[in-house]
Design a protein around this ligand. Structure first.
Ligand code: UDP
Ligand code: MG
Length: 312
């Protein structure tokens, strides 16, 4: 156990008592089979059932297990972040506790990292989720690909592997709402994806209500792109230009044709002019807010891969 782990497996747990024993009995032989020192870090994300008790009972038989107990429910991504911070492995693997991601795929992820990739994503083959979830994911994947410009086929699948430098960079990020696969992608220089199996959730139900899902997808979109804001700013600028042009047109009409409908058109011209200015102002404020947002996130501004200098 004193050996430094080469692989860290990270599993967020929120009310998963029905899955933990099976998870452990499938995961452990896989990790032993890899034949390298490893650690398994569970984060108990404020479970209200017996999950924590079960987890602590693993420590005795499985010395590689570490448990982080959070003092409330902070969400899957924060639970994983907490484990990243204490992880020691050169390769870090994330996995769901509900056995939807087969632990047997882990050696394939490790092989890809060892080939030199720094992030290994996964695409769920024959995804076993409700029709609604699958369609919603398709839309999210498409929108995110377009507004963030990131090339990733399946954002939602959490069976992923990361190399140590990626984890170190993620650990430099102090943001409170995030989406780990996207964050990793921003630091990655040679990502790859493999296809993995996907099963039905073994026990219990999805921990994501519709509300939590919508929140998560907002985190993904607003956390990794200011495109929605910029689009609004642009729209504001175009609308205001149009409004001002229209106001000028109505003014000119006033002078050529004279007052129409007792001067109501003139009133409209004045109104359009001011509305135009107001929307333009919102657009500009939007631009500044976007910049402030990027600043306050305190993400690393750049990532150095290597510094070359003479040895003397
Ligand atoms: N999870 C968590 N905190 C939460 C919600 C979920 O730690 O607030 C864990 C959960 O225990 C599971 C993983 O995140 O290990 C994925 O959750 P779930 O299977 O419910 O999501 P789905 O597969 O429906 O997307
Ligand atoms: Mg699941």
């Amino acid at each position: 156990m004193s050996e430094k782990p080469y692989i860290s497996v990270i599993i967020p747990v929120y009310n998963e008592e029905g899955n933990l024993p099976d998870l452990m009995s499938r995961l452990y032989p896989v990790m032993e089979g890899v034949g390298k020192p490893f650690e398994i870090i569970f984060t108990d994300d404020g479970s209200k059932d017996n999950s924590l008790k079960l987890l602590t009972s693993f420590i005795e038989p499985y010395p590689e297990v570490k448990i982080i107990e959070l003092n409330g429910n902070f969400g899957q991504h924060m639970a994983i972040m907490a484990a990243f911070e204490i992880s020691l492995g050169d390769i870090v693997i994330t996995l769901d506790a509900d056995l939807q991601n087969p632990p047997e795929e882990i050696p394939r992820l490790i092989a890809e990292i060892e080939k030199g990739h720094d992030v290994v994503g996964s695409i769920r083959l024959a995804r076993q989720d409700s029709f609604f979830r699958k369609r919603a994911s398709q839309i999210v994947n498409l929108v995110v690909r377009n507004i963030t410009g990131m090339k990733m086929s399946d954002y939602g699948c959490m069976l992923r592997a990361y190399s140590r430098p990626i984890i170190d960079n993620i650990n430099r990020c102090q943001e409170t709402s995030t989406f780990i696969p996207a964050l990793a992608q921003t630091f990655s220089s040679s990502p790859t994806e493999i296809e993995v199996g996907h099963s039905l959730r073994q026990e219990g139900e999805s921990k994501y209500s519709l509300y939590k899902l919508i929140r998560l997808n907002f985190d993904l979109m607003t956390g990794f792109s200011v495109v929605p804001l910029q689009m609004f700013a642009l729209l504001g600028i175009f609308t205001s230009l149009f409004a001002v042009a229209f106001a000028i047109f109505l003014m000119i009409r006033r002078f050529i044709i004279g007052a129409e409908v007792d001067g109501v058109f003139t009133l409209f011209a004045i109104l359009f002019f001011f509305i135009g200015i107001a929307i333009f102002g919102i657009g500009i404020v939007g631009e500044y807010v976007g910049r402030i947002y990027q600043e306050v996130r305190h993400r690393p501004r750049y990532v150095v891969r290597h510094i070359y200098e003479s040895k003397k």
